[in-house]
Write a protein that binds this ligand. Structure first.
Ligand SMILES: Cc1ncc(COP(=O)(O)O)c(C=O)c1O
Length: 379
């Protein structure tokens, strides 16, 4: 925390946590092998199904989002299997890295950062290599703030024997997502983004098709065995000690999302993204993504001031935003409006940007960003 300054966490994970959630998290620990815990956990599981828009179970793991991703790989596949990886940025790349670590062969569908693959591209790869067992994709590619067309990709994959596994770590609770209706087989999520709780929980759900594949999987697994998670969930339990405080936090956050209504949560994020994009564009800046996400906006830094200096400028005002990774380092900055975010978070981010730009040689109309963003909110 910057001393003497109000702290605004506007990174695309971790995101800020509502006070109600922090208070829930601070409740005294109870033992998890008790009816009292089981009651809380049941409520969480019921509301997770609502969040994921599924009638299936959602398993909670004491891990970050990558743990849920790794669980997907080790539970579905065997060494030497073939998988298709949609590689549209840092997190698509991560699917490939996890597969490689476990000896799973991959075909990488490389997409230019900021762009999205067409469903036809995926259909073509599946036709070329019918032995592909899993297609790995990302709902929101956080590194480029890009929303991928998962519904359309799922339509293609559902017609084949392959399973679709989606990293929705930064998309769940932000973007429209319907696990069952879209026929997404496996969904992996992390807690510190749209879910509005601190880091430390991984969530995952599996379709019957995925369980069929899991029955043949021989990759090593112990802590991340979903068969163990499934068996324990029958008794409203987890196989190992759960992160009890985070379960309290999740219960509160899910209750808040349910009260707001999941469609309204999606709509709120859409409006925040539209306002942020409008503000940035009115300042003459460019959005990196061709398919901008609703939880985070990636902005191309102008030639007069690099991304690193803009991020530093934000930090000096108490605001934490993210930079670019790999070849986008210093070239972009990413402002999140994800989870516990509202109108005045976006207006703050745009106002701060104007103040940063005002100190550089970049020429723009002062107030234009705020005016445009307010215009979106005013309708
Ligand atoms: C899309 C996406 N996938 C995966 C991850 C990795 O999650 P974690 O850092 O919780 O392991 C992140 C978080 O940065 C992400 O945004």
């Amino acid at each position: 925390m910057l001393v003497g300054k109000k702290y605004y966490l506007m990174s695309p994970g971790p995101t800020s946590v509502p006070p109600e959630v922090s208070l829930a998290e601070a409740q005294p620990i109870i033992h998890h092998r008790t009816p009292a815990y089981e009651e809380i956990f049941s409520e969480v599981n019921e509301n997770l199904r609502y969040l994921f828009q599924t009638s299936r179970d959602v398993y909670t793991l004491a891990s970050s989002g990558t743990g849920a991703m790794e669980a997907a790989v080790v539970n579905l596949l065997s060494a030497g299997d073939l998988a298709l990886v949609v590689n549209a940025g840092k997190f698509g790349e991560r699917w490939g890295k996890i597969c490689k670590a476990y000896g799973v062969n991959t075909i990488l569908l490389d997409v230019e950062w900021g762009d999205v693959p067409s469903p036809e591209m995926i259909a073509e790869k599946l036709k070329e290599s019918p032995e592909i067992k899993v297609v790995f994709a990302t709902l929101c590619e956080t590194s480029t703030a890009t929303l991928l067309p998962i519904k359309e990709i799922a339509e293609v994959v559902a017609k084949t024997d392959a399973c679709l596994v989606v990293d929705a770590v930064s998309g769940m609770g932000v973007e429209e997502f319907k696990t069952d209706e879209w026929q997404v087989d496996v969904v992996a999520v992390g807690s510190q983004k749209g879910l509005m709780i601190p880091p430390g929980l991984g969530l995952i759900t599996m379709s019957e098709k995925a369980w069929g594949l899991a029955a043949k999987s021989t990759l090593p697994k112990f802590y991340f065995s979903l068969a163990a998670a499934k068996k324990n969930l029958v008794d409203r339990q987890t196989a190992y000690t759960p992160a009890v405080s985070l379960i309290y936090a999740l219960r509160q956050a899910l209750e808040m999302m349910k009260k707001e209504g999941i469609e309204n949560v999606w709509k709120r994020h859409q409006l925040l993204a539209q306002a942020c994009q409008a503000g940035v564009k009115a300042l003459g800046l460019e959005i990196l993504s061709k398919s901008p996400a609703n939880g985070v906006t990636a902005v191309v830094a102008p030639s007069e001031i690099d991304g690193k200096t803009i991020i530093k400028g934000y930090k000096e005002q108490g605001i934490i935003v993210a930079g670019g990774q790999d070849h986008l380092k210093n070239k972009i900055f990413r402002v999140a409006h994800m989870g516990y975010a509202g109108t005045f978070d976006v207006l703050t981010a745009i106002a701060a940007l104007e103040m940063i730009l005002a100190k550089s040689t970049y020429s723009f109309e002062k107030g234009a960003g705020i005016k445009a963003a307010e215009g979106v909110f005013l309708g």
